[in-house]
Ligand binder design. Sequence first.
Ligand SMILES: Nc1ncnc2c1ncn2[C@@H]1O[C@H](COP(=O)(O)OP(=O)(O)OP(=O)(O)O)[C@@H](O)[C@H]1O
Ligand SMILES: [Mg+2]
Length: 215
Amino acid sequence: MVDANYATANKLKVGSTVTLAKTKFTVIGIVTQPQASSPPEVYIPLARAQALATDPGTGNSINVQHETPIYRLAGVSKIYRKGGREIPAVRDLDLEIRAGEWLAVQGKTGHGKTTLLQILGGLDRPTRGRVEFGGQDLATANEARVRKVRASSFGFIFQTFNLVPTLSAQENVEAALIPLGVHLAQRRARVAAALDSVGLGDRAQHLPGELSGGQ
Ligand SMILES: Nc1ncnc2c1ncn2[C@@H]1O[C@H](COP(=O)(O)OP(=O)(O)OP(=O)(O)O)[C@@H](O)[C@H]1O
Ligand SMILES: [Mg+2]
């Protein structure tokens, strides 16, 4: 059983599945929240909860971590159109990625790895399907929202450095904070701390061409 708030937040209805402690449960009913302020809850048989809990305790309420995926992709396709031809790069992909999970995308050349990474990174949108990140659909969200998610939640390590050659090390790092609307003084402080943390504090004014490859 799930309560009404939980059901709404997770788009659940009777017959949907909920994953708790790596175990799938089918929703058999939705109950009204006992108090408007109480946290959303899922009710499972006590014996099952005790079997799943790391510390079963003695009460009639056990907290079992609900592993909501960070990403939930459903029916994602990307079809490029080029000279009247359709090139399906990603076809009808369902994928869930959980907190702390490491994922490597492997496959033959031209089979859509970069396309998928660009979709996951909010750099491109699928032709069809949902790309839920933290509960919002990046496939349909407006560009300002996607930009915000990209600036605050994603990190990219490119094969090439992609540094702007005419900007100093400090300005290159700072460029990543501008879309977040961080004020100048705070921006400078964060950049200085970041450069210091990798031993580049005294190279802040160097251009990329004046740094070593590792630096
Ligand atoms: N902008 C584009 N317009 C048209 N077709 C494209 C475009 N970008 C990629 N493709 C095609 O989509 C398919 C998937 O390309 P993608 O770059 O995702 O492959 P990949 O798995 O990253 O390959 P590689 O291992 O070579 O990097 C390829 O067949 C490619 O030719
Ligand atoms: Mg690629």
